[in-house]
Each structure stands twice: as structure tokens, then as C-alpha cells.
Design a protein around this ligand. Structure first.
Ligand code: HEM
Length: 136
């Protein structure tokens, strides 16, 4: 699977979970887990979908294992962060260290993405991109 299709698939799963969380907050009139909802939607839906668009426009990078690792690390960090931040705001302070670790995971994934942005994709991808030469 390419990094972009994994990004798009996980992003829609995250936003469905985030919307369900929002509906739950609205219905119960208890907004205490709002920070978890906001982060789940903005990291899991908006950011992940943007990563997918970036990768889809760079086919060699899209097929690279490093890009898949970036998407997976971001997604694991986001899921952990949503659960831990919700738990902390519900009073389960034991989840504090999990929240802290999750932030480091998403930071590491963003640093890896920054590397892709600053480094040309031909240096990252394992297989070279075929180039078409127009007929004269
Ligand atoms: C079914 C869809 C959704 C529902 C029912 C919903 C519901 C809510 C509720 C009840 C709050 C708490 C508001 C407050 O306490 O002031 C909230 C906050 C928030 N939501 Fe959603 N939401 C939905 C979708 C989304 C999506 C798709 C995003 C982002 C792409 C998003 C981003 C946010 C943010 C950033 C906040 C925090 C706003 C602030 O700081 O005041 N939500 N949402």
C-alpha cells in the first residue's frame, strides 16, 4: 500500500471517531474531553489528509517505506494522544505519561516529514521514478 492511500484511509477512520466523540459531547452536554476531540480531528483528519495529498503528488516518495513509517508513527501517536488526553481530562491522571510519550511520537513523525520536505524525494525513494521524454 502507498503512504497516501494509508493516510486517506486512516484519516477517514479518525474523523468518524472524532465526529462521534463530538456528538457524544454535545448530547451529554459534557465538553470535558474537548481537547481530545480537537486533537483527534486536527491531527488525525486534517493533518493526515494533508500528508496524503503531499505524498500522492510525489509518486516515488509515496511508494517508499520511510513514508509509510511516517504515516504509521503519526497515526499511532495521534490515537494514543486522543485516548490519553481524554483520560487525563476525565480525571485519570495516570495517563499523563502516555500523553507525554504520544506527543514525542507525533513530533518525531513531523520531523521525519520535515526531512521529506527539505530533501528531494529521489534521495529518499528506493526505486527511481520513470521519466517520459516527449517525442520530437
Ligand atoms: C459531528 C461532528 C462534530 C461535532 C458534533 C463536534 C462537536 C464539538 C463540541 C461539542 C465541541 C466543544 C465546544 C466547546 O466546548 O466550546 C467541539 C470543539 C471543537 N471541535 Fe468539534 N465537532 C465535530 C467535528 C469536528 C471536526 C471535523 C473538527 C476539525 C476538523 C472539529 C474541531 C474542533 C475543535 C478545534 C474544537 C475546539 C474549539 C475550541 O477550542 O473552542 N470538530 N466540537
Amino acid at each position: 500500500m502507498t503512504a497516501s492511500s494509508l493516510s486517506f484511509r486512516l484519516a477517514v477512520l479518525f474523523v468518524i471517531a472524532g465526529m462521534a466523540m463530538g456528538i457524544g459531547m454535545a448530547a451529554s452536554q459534557d465538553h470535558s474531553i474537548m481537547p481530545a476531540h480537537a486533537h483527534l480531528n486536527l491531527l488525525g483528519w486534517v493533518s493526515l489528509f494533508l500528508f496524503g495529498i503531499y505524498y500522492e503528488r510525489r509518486p516515488a516518495l509515496d511508494r517508499s517505506r520511510l513514508a509509510l513509517i511516517q504515516v504509521l508513527a503519526w497515526s499511532v501517536g495521534t490515537a494514543l494522544m486522543a485516548v490519553a488526553v481524554a483520560a487525563v481530562h476525565l480525571g485519570y491522571t495516570a495517563f499523563d505519561p502516555v500523553a507525554a510519550v504520544s506527543t514525542l511520537i507525533v513530533l518525531a513523525a513531523m520531523v521525519l516529514f520535515a526531512y521529506f520536505v527539505f530533501k528531494p524525494s529521489r534521495d529518499i525513494a528506493s526505486s527511481p521514478t520513470p521519466h517520459m521524454t516527449p517525442a520530437e
